[in-house]
Design a protein around this ligand. Structure first.
Ligand code: HEC
Ligand code: HEC
Ligand code: HEC
Ligand code: HEC
Ligand code: HEC
Ligand code: HEC
Length: 423
C-alpha cells in the first residue's frame, strides 16, 4: 500500500511538473515570437491612426478584428488596401466608405508573417484590455495590483488538501477491505465491544475518531495548512492600508470639485507637477470660490473659522486662525523616496493610475497598496518615454562615450543635478 501511494505521489508530481513546464514554455515562446514582434510593428507603423480600444483616424482595431475573422482578407487589406478598393472588394469598399474615404497607408513592405503577428498582437491586447476591465474599477489601469500572496499559491494549497483527502479515503477503504478479508479467512468474527454501561455517546464518538490515526493526521494537516495560510496572509498585509478612508474635518468632495465641476488636479495639487510632494492646497485656494459660493453652509464656515475670516465684515483676523488638520491618507515610510514630478511630469503617468478614480470619490481613500512590490511591478512594466528628455539624451551620450572608451565623469551621468543630493 505504501509503495503504491508513493508511486502515485511521484506520478502526480511529475504530471504537474510537465503540465507546468509545457504551459510556461508555450507562453514564453508565444510571448517572444508572434505577439511581441507584432507589438513592435504595430507601435511603429499603426499607432499614428489606430488605437486598439478607440476609434482614431481609423477604426478601433480590437473590436474590428474580433468582428472580422477572415485573416487572409485582413492581411491583404493591411498590405495593400488600395488594391482591394480598386478591385471593388465589397468589404474593403464598405469600410472605406464608412470612414469617409480617408484611406489608409499601404504596407507592401510587410510580409504575411509580419502582418499575422500584428493581428495576433492586436487580438491578444484587446483580450487583455477586456479582462482588465472585467477585473477592476475604472481608471484602475493595470497598476494597482499586488494582491499579496498569489492566488496560485492558495489554489495550490487547496489542491494539496483535496489530493491528501482523496489519498486518505482510498487508503482507508483499502485497509478496511484488507482487514475484512483477513478476518473472513481466519473465520474470526470481529466482536463489537458492546458495553453494558451507558457511556456518553459523544465521548465514544471522539474516541473512535481519535483511534482513526489517518483521520487525525488529516485534520492536523488541514489545521497546519489553515494556520499557515492565515499567518502568511496576515504577514503579507501588515502595514498595507489599501482602502484606508479617514473622516476629514471638512466634507470636501473630490467627486463634486474634480468630477462634476472638472477642476483640474493641478489647480489644487500643483506640487505634483513640480516637486516631490503633491501637497494639500491651502485654504486660500478654496476662498477663490468660497468667498462667494455657498457662504451659508456650515461646512464652508469651517473654512472661514480656520482662516479667521468674518463673512460679514469680509476681514481676516489672523489671531483667530487655526489651521484645518486634514488627515493624511497616503503615507510612505521615511525609508522610501517617492517623487511626484518624476512620475507625473517626466513619465507622464496619470494621477488615477496610482490614486484610482479620485474624481468619483466623495471621500478620498487609498486605492493602491503602496507596497514595494507595487512600485516594482510598475517599474518592470512601464516603458520610459525617452524622447525629448535631456536626461536620457545625456545618458545616451555617456553610453556612446563609454563604448568608444572615452572619459566619463559622474557629472555626465547627472551627478551635479541638485536633486541627486538634495531633498
Ligand atoms: C494613415 C493612417 C493609417 C495608418 C498608418 C494605418 N491605418 Fe489602418 N485604417 C486607416 C483608416 C482611415 C481605415 C478605415 C478605412 C479607410 O478609410 O480606408 C483603416 C482601416 C483598417 C482596418 C480595417 C479593415 C477592415 O476591413 O476591417 C484594419 C484591420 C487596419 N486598418 C489595420 C491597420 C494596421 C495593422 C496598420 C499598421 C500596420 C494600419 N492599419 C495603419 C488608417 C490607417
Ligand atoms: C479644489 C481643490 C482640489 C482639487 C481640484 C483636487 N483636490 Fe485632491 N485634495 C484636496 C484637498 C483639500 C485634499 C485633502 C482632504 C482630503 O483628503 O479629501 C485632497 C486630497 C487628495 C488626496 C489624498 C491625499 C492624502 O492625504 O494622501 C489625493 C490622492 C488627491 N487629493 C488627488 C487628487 C486628484 C488626482 C485630483 C484631480 C482628479 C484632485 N485631487 C483634485 C483638494 C483638491
Ligand atoms: C473653482 C471653485 C471652487 C473651489 C476652488 C473650491 N470649491 Fe468647494 N464648491 C464649489 C461650488 C460651486 C460648490 C457648490 C456646489 C453646489 O451648489 O452644491 C462647492 C461646494 C463645496 C462644499 C459643500 C458645501 C455644502 O454644504 O454643500 C464643500 C464642503 C466645499 N466646497 C469645500 C471646498 C474646499 C475645502 C475647497 C478648497 C480645498 C474648495 N471647496 C474649493 C466651488 C469651489
Ligand atoms: C506613480 C504613482 C503616483 C502618481 C502617478 C501620483 N501619485 Fe500622488 N502619491 C503617490 C504616493 C506613493 C504617495 C505617498 C507619498 C509619501 O507618503 O511620501 C502620494 C501622495 C499624494 C498626496 C498626499 C500628499 C503628498 O504630497 O504626499 C497627494 C495630494 C497626491 N499624491 C496627489 C496626486 C496627484 C494630484 C497626482 C496627479 C497629478 C498624483 N498624486 C500622482 C503616488 C502617486
Ligand atoms: C504607474 C507606474 C509606477 C509606479 C506605481 C511607481 N513608479 Fe516609479 N517610476 C515609474 C516610471 C515610468 C519611472 C521613470 C521616469 C523617468 O522616465 O525618469 C519611474 C521612476 C522612478 C524613480 C527614479 C528612478 C531613476 O533612475 O531616476 C524612482 C526613485 C521611483 N520611480 C520611485 C518609485 C516608488 C518609491 C514607487 C512606489 C511608492 C514608485 N516609483 C511607483 C513608474 C512608476
Ligand atoms: C554631489 C552632491 C550635490 C549636488 C549635485 C548639489 N549639492 Fe548642494 N550641497 C551638497 C552638500 C553635501 C551640501 C552641504 C555642505 C555643507 O554643509 O557644508 C550642500 C549645500 C548646499 C547649500 C547650502 C545649504 C546650507 O544650509 O548652507 C545650498 C543652498 C545648495 N547646496 C544648493 C545646491 C543647488 C542649487 C544645487 C544644484 C545646482 C546643488 N546644491 C547641487 C551636495 C550637493
Amino acid at each position: 500500500m505504501r509503495s503504491f501511494s508513493l508511486i502515485f505521489k511521484q506520478f502526480s508530481r511529475s504530471v504537474l511538473l510537465i503540465v507546468g513546464f509545457a504551459f510556461w514554455g508555450f507562453s514564453a515562446v508565444y510571448a517572444q515570437t508572434d505577439a511581441a514582434k507584432g507589438e513592435a510593428i504595430f507601435k511603429s507603423k499603426c499607432t499614428a491612426c489606430h488605437k486598439i480600444d478607440q476609434v482614431l483616424t481609423g477604426p478601433a482595431l480590437g473590436p474590428q478584428l474580433t468582428e472580422e475573422t477572415d485573416d487572409k482578407y485582413l492581411i491583404k487589406w493591411i498590405q495593400n488596401n488600395q488594391a482591394l478598393i480598386a478591385a471593388k472588394n465589397p468589404k474593403a469598399l464598405a469600410i472605406f466608405n464608412k470612414f469617409e474615404q480617408k484611406g489608409m497607408t499601404t504596407f507592401t513592405d510587410l510580409s504575411d508573417a509580419d502582418v499575422g503577428n500584428v493581428i495576433t498582437y492586436i487580438r491578444a491586447d484587446w483580450k487583455q484590455i477586456q479582462d482588465d476591465k472585467a477585473k477592476g474599477p475604472v481608471g484602475g489601469t493595470t497598476v494597482a495590483e499586488d494582491k499579496g500572496p498569489s492566488e496560485l499559491a492558495v489554489a495550490g494549497l487547496i489542491g494539496v488538501v483535496i489530493l491528501a483527502f482523496i489519498i486518505i479515503l482510498v487508503l482507508n477503504k483499502a485497509t478496511g477491505s484488507l482487514e475484512k478479508i483477513l478476518a473472513n479467512n481466519k473465520d474470526i468474527v470481529i466482536v463489537e465491544e458492546e458495553q453494558v454501561v451507558t457511556v456518553d455517546k459523544k465521548a465514544e464518538l471522539l474516541k473512535k475518531i481519535l483511534k482513526n490515526k489517518k483521520l487525525v493526521f488529516f485534520i492536523l494537516v488541514c489545521g497546519t495548512i489553515a494556520m499557515g495560510s492565515w499567518g502568511w496572509v496576515t504577514l503579507w498585509n501588515t502595514n498595507v492600508h489599501t482602502g484606508y478612508q479617514p473622516v476629514q474635518p471638512i466634507k470636501y468632495s473630490h467627486e463634486l470639485h474634480a468630477g462634476t465641476m472638472k477642476i483640474d488636479c493641478q489647480y489644487c495639487h500643483s506640487g505634483a507637477y513640480k516637486s516631490k510632494n503633491a501637497s494639500i492646497p491651502s485654504l486660500n485656494v478654496c476662498m477663490n470660490c468660497h468667498k462667494v459660493v455657498k457662504t451659508e453652509s456650515p461646512e464652508i464656515h469651517k473654512i472661514y473659522d480656520a482662516l479667521g475670516y468674518d463673512p460679514k465684515t469680509q476681514k481676516y483676523d489672523s489671531t483667530a486662525a487655526k489651521p484645518i488638520q486634514w488627515v493624511r491618507v497616503h503615507n510612505l515610510p521615511d525609508l522610501a523616496y517617492f517623487n511626484h514630478s518624476q512620475h507625473v511630469k517626466v513619465a507622464g503617468i496619470k494621477c488615477q493610475a496610482c490614486h484610482g478614480p479620485i474624481q468619483t470619490m466623495k471621500e478620498v481613500y487609498q486605492y493602491s497598496p503602496l507596497t514595494m512590490k507595487w512600485c516594482i511591478q510598475c517599474h518592470k512594466r512601464t516603458e520610459v518615454n525617452g524622447k525629448g528628455n535631456a536626461y536620457y539624451d545625456s545618458i545616451l551620450a555617456a553610453h556612446d562615450k563609454i563604448k568608444k572608451g572615452e572619459k566619463v565623469t559622474a557629472a555626465v551621468l547627472g551627478g551635479i543635478e541638485c536633486g541627486k543630493c538634495h531633498y
